[in-house]
Design a protein around this ligand. Structure first.
Ligand SMILES: Nc1ncnc2c1ncn2[C@@H]1O[C@H](COP(=O)(O)OP(=O)(O)OP(=O)(O)O)[C@@H](O)[C@H]1O
Ligand SMILES: [Mg+2]
Length: 327
């Protein structure tokens, strides 16, 4: 018997109402994630990564709206939960370290109080003594001294603040941790240490992880699988080694070729042209105006995401042709 995946996202679409128009920031996205797996999601700014992360927790706010699709986590249909069930589900089953989380810590409330608030919100029966014990335990787990609890966030470095955010995410030992650009505001050395902490903690509690980012080098060291988003769509997905060894989507090839080596960290850069506006997407493949391999069909027909090899899916006419998997 094949185990059901921990997370399965089916044909999810999320859009923002802008005037009378709707900008589809996540468009027909499907993917699955097994227990304990680490999936990276990369894509240029505006490709829909954070919109996806928020929708997975149902933390998206107007003008964002989930248009259609299904999100199953451990068999629970997240989009069908009522508000009460949703509150219980969040953080205990799935936790989000939102983009810019460390700047969202209240600078004038001590770390201990902020952590205690979060614990209390979910574990009303816990005594003050047990809460304090749990806070110390969590701080040690993310590599901080317990004395950090007595400090104000403004007294902490960026890396320390981000560790506090990781500690907050694992308070209830969720089955899935979503980390949205967990290290983007940190310098390179601190980035690596924080990523190591996140990976350690994730492995210790046996959670799966979705890590969102721009940095291909960090991804190479952090995840098992990589998914690439372009203008709201999933365009490429592959095991991380395969992705670096032989990128298939022309966009992925450009992402890799703009990197000096997978060991070096550097943000996505150097791809000619601009991502199109979601309100004015080109016909056919959204990437076609920037694609070095563009064919006439690419200007007319949107390429579906096709499985071209086990665990590899690509949305590209040229790749589909090469693999002889024409839709
Ligand atoms: N509140 C909003 N109102 C209208 N449009 C929005 C809103 N938030 C995001 N968008 C649009 O949705 C699209 C996806 O945004 P999102 O923040 O999900 O991208 P991202 O991939 O996380 O980008 P980044 O790498 O910069 O974090 C963008 O085109 C953005 O302009
Ligand atoms: Mg984002």
């Amino acid at each position: 018997m094949i185990d059901a995946p921990l997370l399965s996202i089916n044909d999810l679409s999320v859009s923002y109402a802008i005037g009378n128009e709707r900008a589809r920031a996540v468009d027909g996205l499907s993917l699955t994630l097994g227990a304990g797996q680490r999936l990276g999601i990369v894509g240029e700014s505006g490709s829909g990564k954070s919109t996806l992360a928020l929708a997975l927790m149902r933390l998206h706010k107007p003008p964002a709206m989930i248009d259609s699709g299904q999100i199953l986590l451990g068999g629970t249909d997240i989009l069908r939960l009522d508000q009460g069930a949703l509150r219980k589900f969040r953080w205990s089953e799935v936790a989000l370290i939102p983009q810019g989380a460390m700047n969202a810590l209240n600078p004038v409330i001590k770390v201990r109080e902020q952590m205690a608030d979060t614990i209390r919100a979910h574990r009303r029966d816990m005594s003050a003594r047990d809460i304090n014990k749990r806070i110390d335990e969590l701080l040690v787990r993310v590599g901080l001294s317990t004395s950090v609890a007595g400090l104000y966030p403004h007294e902490l470095s960026g890396g320390m603040k981000q560790r506090v955010c990781i500690a907050l995410a694992i308070v209830l030992e969720p089955k899935l941790i979503i980390a949205d650009e967990p290290t983007s505001a940190l310098d390179v050395v601190v980035q690596r240490v924080v990523i190591e902490t996140l990976k350690d903690v994730q492995a210790q509690i046996g959670a799966a992880m979705i890590m969102i980012g721009h940095d291909m080098g960090l991804m190479a060291q952090s995840v098992d699988h990589l998914a690439v988003m372009y203008a709201g769509r999933l365009v490429d997905q592959a095991p991380i080694r395969e992705f670096f060894r032989r990128p298939l989507h022309p966009y992925s090839q450009l992402l890799i070729s703009s990197l000096p080596s997978p060991d070096e960290t550097r943000p996505l850069a150097g791809i000619p042209g601009m991502q199109p506006s979601l309100l004015d997407l080109p016909a056919g493949c959204a990437f076609h105006p920037r694609c070095p391999l563009v064919q006439p069909i690419c200007r007319e027909v949107m390429p579906p995401l096709e499985t071209v090899e086990p665990h590899r899916r690509v949305a590209c006419h040229v790749v589909a042709e090469a693999y002889n998997v024409r839709a």
